[in-house]
Design a binder for this molecule. Sequence first.
Ligand SMILES: [Zn+2]
Length: 267
Amino acid sequence: MAEPPAQARFRGARALAWLIVALVAAAAVAWIGAQVASVRAPWLFFPLAVGVALGAIAGGAALAMHLKHRPTLWFGALASSAVVVVGMHFLAYRASLDTPRSGNLAMITEAFPDVAERHGTAPSAGFSDFLTRMAQQGRQLPIGIIARGGWAWATWGLDAAILSAAAIATVLALTASYYCDICGAYYRLVRQETLSGSRLRRLCETFDTQSPPDATGDFRYLACRRGCGPERMTLAFRTPGSRSSHLNAWIHPADRAKLFQQLDQTG
Ligand SMILES: [Zn+2]
């Protein structure tokens, strides 16, 4: 038995490299999201889906780059969510500038700017003007509700909160694996097999426990590449008709060979 591994510490170069990847991914997600949103964006579901997609890319990158430092993960997930939220609104603004106006409308806009203003057809004076006007026009929600002014801003805020929460949850879920801070790498699966009968009983005796009768055990052993720190053994007991129980332990690397040798003995 050994103590659990230490918390991951901050690693500057790795954090910076990951942040760059996460922000570039966020820009790409914002661009794709804006294209999709211009066709269809189901309320509440859309920001959730975009947040999960962003979190999957950022979390996958953190795994591949062996980044585990929690505050860095939080900061990166929040910053890239902000890029997506602002980016999608900004791309909608840019698209509104590019929308060609029909000849008549262009003439009216030119001749009667105040009429055009009232009908919301005059070009926006800038990004914040565009947002203010979109809020005034109102946002169509399901069951025929239109959110205007402050309410429109509130629904955008809700979208942003859902998107960020989904991104953070996905990043944290993907990077929940054990991590060795000595060599700076996530643990990998070293051995996995199903144990039954005497092999399972003998393993349980080693840890001073008894296996439930008729149980089989799913054995998993995780360790870092270099085997520097404590290694993780998990054993899930499966008994027909009852809930599974677990036996988990931190193992000293020096004891791994002995444990595996014991597993290899059959009979
Ligand atoms: Zn290690």
